[in-house]
Design a protein around this ligand. Structure first.
Ligand SMILES: [Zn+2]
Length: 263
């Protein structure tokens, strides 16, 4: 039996409308366009989800005969060189040649209260988000992207070990390993520059994806622990959850492809 001939398909525009509405995409001021970044086939029966629209993910999607690629990190970032050359030309050429739709959601996918990266990372790490009476998360920092909550770890060392085990990647832990971690702040990805907002919000520890040199000194001088758990590793879970929600809503084939990235 051919899977292609029996595969359910939906209109590309119907999926785009659903994603835009579900993620409230128009309410974000972002560094890239959110939504359908490259238009491909007019109907979609098979989606490959991943963290970044890299050449490797696109090649996987082509080999899988997918109609669309759905990612957290798409293309066309603010301040990037707009010329279509080198790796950028190769990615775009492959996408157009195979009529792949490229769907990308950046900040809307970080922030979503259930499907978002911060919400999903909390589940993976066993963090308990603090929520307002209406269920919305308690947040702080620029664009209110940092979440606040609690964890069950006794101290910073134990929390670091929990994260390393959950993400299968050695976390960088900075601070007094024996300090208690009652109040936890977290923001997935490259949010190391927001550590001061987490400190101002009263966090005992701040978890993000990447680290920069100043994070070490801030941790030393404030007594607030800092954990860098990987940009890619902390941002796998939002797009995976979004893909599962699409499969539930439309009954089309959706798969999450994790292409490992140590950063
Ligand atoms: Zn990111």
């Amino acid at each position: 039996m051919s899977q292609i001939s029996t595969q359910k398909r939906i209109a590309t525009q119907e999926l785009v409308n659903w994603l835009d509405a579900t993620l409230n995409a128009s309410s974000f001021k972002d560094y890239c366009p959110n939504g359908l970044q490259v238009e491909g086939k007019s109907t979609i029966g098979h989606i490959v989800c991943g963290v970044t629209a890299s050449q490797a993910l696109l090649e996987y999607a082509v080999a899988s005969k997918a109609d669309a690629v759905l990612v957290h990190h798409g293309w066309f970032w603010k301040n990037e060189n707009p010329c279509i050359r080198g790796p950028k030309r190769r990615r775009l050429a492959l996408t157009l040649e195979h009529q792949l739709n490229l769907l990308a959601y950046h900040l809307p996918l970080d922030a979503h209260p259930l499907l978002g990266n911060n919400a999903q990372l909390a589940q993976v790490l066993g963090l308990q988000p603090e929520r307002h009476p209406d269920g919305t998360p308690v947040t702080c920092g620029p664009d209110r992207l940092i979440w606040l909550g609690t964890c069950s770890s006794a101290n910073l060392q134990e929390l670091g070990t929990t994260i390393t085990n959950a993400l299968q990647r050695t976390a960088t832990v900075v601070g007094n390993l024996q300090q208690t971690v009652q109040r936890v702040a977290w923001c997935t990805g490259g949010a190391q520059g927001m550590m001061e907002a987490a400190i101002a919000a009263g966090a005992d520890v701040y978890i993000t994806g990447e680290a920069s040199e100043p994070n070490f000194h801030l941790a030393q001088e404030t007594g607030v622990g800092f954990i860098a758990a990987g940009h890619h590793a902390t941002e796998r879970y939002g797009v995976r959850a979004l893909g599962a929600a699409i499969a539930d809503a439309f009954g089309i084939q959706v798969e999450f492809k994790d292409i490992d990235n140590p950063i």
